[in-house]
Structures are given as structure tokens and as C-alpha cells.
Design a protein around this ligand. Structure first.
Ligand code: 5FU
Length: 264
């Protein structure tokens, strides 16, 4: 199904959330299916990294709660660089609570995630109301926001397998306007009509793990063998001396893998 279709083709399929369509077009235009995970601890480092890798990525993933001095300057800086370099912002907040609480975590507090993150993610272990609650909060006032459901994780021994993962797909199919896809280790587009975007963390060239549960695959393993759409790379890029060159190296590897997968 979607495994052999181009990003460009998939952008205009029915059942595709508006943010997914936008992202798929952006990926095709910029020729990048790389997301860099910016797990740094200051606003200065975050904005510097965004500038350095901006041309090579379709998306920047953040953990706003690990930025020591996160504030209005961080938000404004991020938004400006994202607009200038044309990438989306994904806050990896992993919401996982009752609907009423996640609405507050999404819109209020020191982070005000809804104001600046185009894409967020959530666990469905609290039940499907987490999806409707986040959707409601994103739509008043109307903002173009989209959700990734955490269907699988990269860490060793995680419990997100089998029927849990299947249930994630069931809930996503019920909310195609708001749910753009999954964080997963393989494509979960199994039924005709499925066009979810799969983003895969746990990618690094030349490492198998980090000693704290993280497990790594290569860009080729996740794009060609597992059929996913976007690789998410953290330490593999920001841990390098020359971050710009490293991001470009990952972009080329993941893009070639995609071209090989869809064929001529
Ligand atoms: F949902 C997940 C997951 O299953 N694995 C992950 O590694 C999220 N992550 C995030 O991706 C994690 O919190 C880091 O921010 C990033 C991976 O960073 P790395 O340095 O490439 O290991």
C-alpha cells in the first residue's frame, strides 16, 4: 500500500489529516525525511542547533521541559527559524492522563505547547478521550495542530506490543482529521485506505544502544525494511562536532533509502 507510494502522492490521498498533507508535501519539496531530536538544555543551544540543521530536516523534535530557560524567547526564536527554514515543530510531550488534565498541560503552564508545536504525541493507555480532549483544546481558537499516537517504542522491554499497538491503530482510524500517524518502529498502514505517517526514533549509524534501554537501527533498516516515513535522530546528530554535516549525512541516507523503497 503506502510503502510503494511517494510522499507527494500520499499528500493528496483522502483520509489524510491537513498537517500530514502539509508535511508530506514539505518532505517531497525539501527532499528530506529526517527529523532531528533537539535534546539540549538551553535556549541558546536549541536555536543554534535549529539554525545549523534547519536546511536538512522536515521537522524538529523538542522536549521543552528539559530546556533550563524555556520561555517566550525560546518560542519566538523557534517559530522564526521554523518559518525561515521550512520545518515543522514536534513537541515530544507524550501526554498520558485524563482528558481534563491533558488539556491544561497542552495549553497552560510555563510551556504553552499549543502555541508553538505543530505536532504533539500521546499515549492511549488512559483511553480514547485523550484524543478528543487534545483535539478540542487545539481547536479553540482554531490552530492547525495534529497528534501522533505512541503505538510502539524503541526502548528494550517496552510493553507497547500486540493488542496495545493494534488498539492504537483502531483509535487513529476513528480520528483521521486530528491523528496524523504514529510513533512506531514499523509502518502500521495495514488496511486499504490507511495513510498514516510513521515516525521512528531509535536511529543511529554506528551504535546499537546507549546502555539505558535505547535500541538503535540504521536509516535503511527503518525506512526500507520496516517501511516507516520519517527517521528521528537525536545524539547521532547533536552529539557530533559538525552537526550541519551530520544532519546532511542522515538526510542523504534516509532519502536514498526511501527512493530505493518506492522504486523507479
Ligand atoms: F517515543 C520515543 C521512543 O520510542 N524512543 C525514543 O527514543 C521517543 N524517543 C525519543 O527520541 C527520546 O525521548 C529522544 O528524545 C529521542 C531519541 O534520541 P537519541 O539520542 O537518538 O537516542
Amino acid at each position: 500500500a503506502t510503502i510503494t507510494q511517494s510522499y507527494q502522492e500520499r499528500a493528496s490521498l483522502p483520509n489524510t489529516s491537513p498537517v500530514a498533507s502539509y508535511l508530506l508535501r514539505l518532505i517531497a519539496t525539501k527532499q528530506t525525511n529526517l527529523c532531528v531530536s533537539a535534546d539540549v538544555s538551553t535556549t541558546r543551544e536549541l536555536l543554534q542547533l535549529a539554525e545549523e540543521v534547519g536546511d536538512s530536516i522536515c521537522m524538529l523534535k523538542t522536549h521543552a521541559d528539559i530546556i533550563n530557560d524555556f520561555g517566550p524567547r525560546t518560542i519566538q526564536g523557534l517559530k522564526e527559524i521554523a518559518a525561515k527554514k521550512h520545518f515543522l515543530i514536534f513537541e515530544d510531550r507524550k501526554f498520558g492522563d485524563i482528558g481534563s488534565t491533558v488539556q491544561k498541560q497542552f495549553t497552560a503552564g510555563p510551556l504553552q505547547i499549543v502555541r508553538w508545536a505543530n505536532i504533539i504525541n500521546a499515549h492511549i493507555f488512559p483511553g480514547p478521550a485523550i484524543i478528543t480532549a487534545l483535539s478540542q483544546a487545539a481547536h479553540k481558537p482554531p490552530l492547525l495542530r495534529s497528534l501522533l499516537i505512541l503505538a510502539e517504542m524503541s526502548s528494550a522491554g517496552n510493553l507497547m506490543t500486540g493488542s496495545y499497538t493494534e488498539q492504537c491503530v483502531v483509535e487513529a482510524r476513528k480520528n483521521p482529521e486530528f491523528v496524523m500517524g504514529f510513533i512506531a518502529q514499523r509502518s502500521l498502514n495495514e488496511q486499504p485506505g490507511d495513510n498514516f505517517v510513521t515516525m521512528t526514533p531509535g536511529v543511529q549509524i554506528g551504535a546499537t544502544g546507549d546502555g539505558l534501554g535505547q535500541q538503535y537501527n540504521t536509516p535503511e533498516q527503518v525506512i526500507i525494511e520496516a517501511g516507516t516515513d520519517i527517521i528521528i535522530v537525536g545524539r547521532g546528530v547533536y552529539g557530533a562536532q559538525d552537526k550541519r554535516a551530520k544532519a546532511e549525512e542522515y538526510r542523504v541516507r534516509a532519502w536514498k533509502a526511501y527512493e530505493e523503497r518506492i522504486g523507479p
